[in-house]
Design a protein around this ligand. Structure first.
Ligand code: TPP
Ligand code: SF4
Length: 476
């Protein structure tokens, strides 16, 4: 049993210096439950000795500013997406103790599928779900957990099941899944209940430390401002009205995760070795290959849907794997099936890559004018832009990048199909950047493209790219 200390937890900053001038106190309203939960979490972090390991994922909502208060690693997540972010951090950093801290609008409204899937995967993360039965930050709209009859700005006559459905019991939904190890609903209605909340919060963090798996603590928490009550009235209303709808207590406390029973080999993510096997590249081949990548590559390939920009991106990423490099590929496309805009972001590095996003490409491959217009200004100074000059009627305007204008659609047409235009562009990029070898490209194409005749034209496209590079090796 830990002694109660009458001092601020070490895991909270001594003074809360927010951006707003003179703002060095918490922004929470008087009587708000968020502050209480923050204290309970911070004390648990101190007592478990994990301050230097904790990464706190704060949501969109009143607790968005948690990073001003917790002296731990912090990430502010998009609305409802904290469980996905927390899962990714936990999977890539086994030393991290990851907290997903979420309100009811965040977790049970916009983020409902995120939390259900993270719980269902049994992610080894800890979720603190602050249920104040209302959208606090935006001024008191109905939340999924608003109780029947509760007046909010969007249900001025009270929530009515016929119109708005019933309040959602999040803990009960999570309890219907196999994987979670710990689910408890607690309340901040009085001091004794706060002490129970304290125990549950500790247990949920301890579980992660012990590698047990997914833990969720739902905290029934007052929002006096939007409930239009004094802090004392709010605590009473919580006990009299919220607790009967959302009964407090432990719903689940397993000694170990059911996920442990799954064959570890089957659960293991696909390794690079497996990918090399699929690509038909021998390990010795990778080991003996001289890595010629001099600097990290952040590539954006952009064009119309149907111009092969996404598949060319996959080809580049596959080549990077075959070179023994780390890589990521991230597609982005509009809602249209064909003819809409599409782009692929590819990172290539010797090191593990933290994010698949390419905001500032070192190389931009553009297949059409809208792509050049959209991304030209984002290219890093000293980077390169490769332009399909058959379809782009203007030159690159930037003076601080190397520009290559290549009539790849015309060249591909001469080979028999415009489908291979983007591969010609990729070949020139490969030669200019040295990121991947032509030898690898030749090897991967037949493995990636199953239709033999198309693979053959792609091989010709590589030769066309080499020929163009030979004749125009200087920036045009
Ligand atoms: C994508 C997106 N949609 C909507 C919003 C507006 N928004 C900000 S906070 C919030 C609700 C937060 O309510 P809740 O999760 O219950 O947290 P509380 O503020 O009560 O702690 C909403 C809808 C937003 N910021 N981003
Ligand atoms: S609006 Fe409600 S949840 Fe938000 S800080 Fe104020 S009391 Fe807390």
């Amino acid at each position: 049993m830990h002694a109660i200390k009458h001092q601020k937890a070490r895991s909270l900053y001594p003074s809360f210096e927010r951006k707003a001038p003179g703002a060095d106190v918490s922004h929470y309203c008087p009587g708000c439950g968020h502050g209480t939960v923050h204290n309970l979490i911070a004390e648990a972090i101190d007592d478990l000795g994990i301050q230097d390991r904790v990464i706190f994922c704060s949501p969109v909502g009143c607790s968005v500013f948690a990073y001003y208060y917790f002296d731990v690693g912090n990430i502010q997540c998009a609305h409802g997406r904290a469980p996905a972010v927390a899962s990714a951090i936990r999977r890539t950093n086994d030393q991290a103790i990851v907290i997903s801290y979420q309100g009811d609008g965040d977790l049970a409204g916009i983020g409902m599928s995120q939390i259900v899937h993270a719980a269902n995967r049994g992610e080894n993360i800890t979720v603190f779900f602050i249920n104040n039965a209302i959208y606090g930050m935006t001024g008191g709209q109905m939340a999924p957990t608003t109780i029947l009859g509760q007046k909010t700005v969007t249900t001025p006559d009270g929530r009515n099941a016929a119109n708005e459905g019933f309040p959602i019991g999040v803990s009960e939904i999570i309890d219907s899944l196999h994987a979670p190890v710990f689910i408890e609903r607690v309340s901040l209605a009085d001091a004794a209940k706060v002490m129970k909340a304290r125990m549950a919060i500790r247990k949920a963090l301890r579980n992660q430390l012990d590698g047990k798996g997914f833990s969720l603590v739902e905290v029934l928490s007052p929002c006096p401002v939007n409930w239009k009550m004094t802090p004392v009235e709010a605590r009473r209303w919580l006990a009299d009205n919220l607790e009967p709808v959302f009964p407090v207590g432990n719903l689940r406390d397993l000694p170990k995760s059911p996920i442990d029973r799954i064959d570890k080999k089957k659960a293991a993510p696909v390794s690079d070795r497996k990918i090399l096997e699929i690509l038909g590249v021998g390990e010795e081949e990778v080991a003996t290959r001289t890595l010629q990548l001099k600097e990290e590559q952040h590539v954006k390939i952009a064009g119309f849907g149907g111009q092969g920009v996404l598949s060319t991106g996959i080809l580049l990423a596959n080549c990077a794997i075959a070179e023994g490099l780390k890589t990521t590929w991230l597609p982005s496309y509009g809602a249209e099936m064909r003819g809409g805009t599409a782009n692929a972001s590819i990172n290539i590095s010797h090191e593990t890559i933290g994010s698949p996003i390419v905001s500032f490409p070192s190389a931009l491959l553009t297949m059409n004018l809208p792509s050049l217009d959209a991304f030209e200004d984002t290219v890093q100074p000293g980077g390169s832009i490769f332009v399909n000059s058959s379809l782009v009627p203007r030159k690159v305007r930037r003076g601080d990048v190397a520009a290559y204008h290549i009539p790849v659609t015309d060249m591909a047409n001469d080979l028999g199909t415009i489908q291979v235009a983007s591969v010609i562009l990729l070949t020139v990029y490969a030669l200019v950047s040295g990121a991947i070898t032509i030898e690898t490209l030749r090897k991967i194409i037949p493995l990636s493209i199953k239709r033999k005749n198309l693979a053959e034209i792609n091989m010709k496209a590589i030769e066309a790219g080499i020929a163009w590079h030979r004749e125009n090796c200087a920036a045009s």
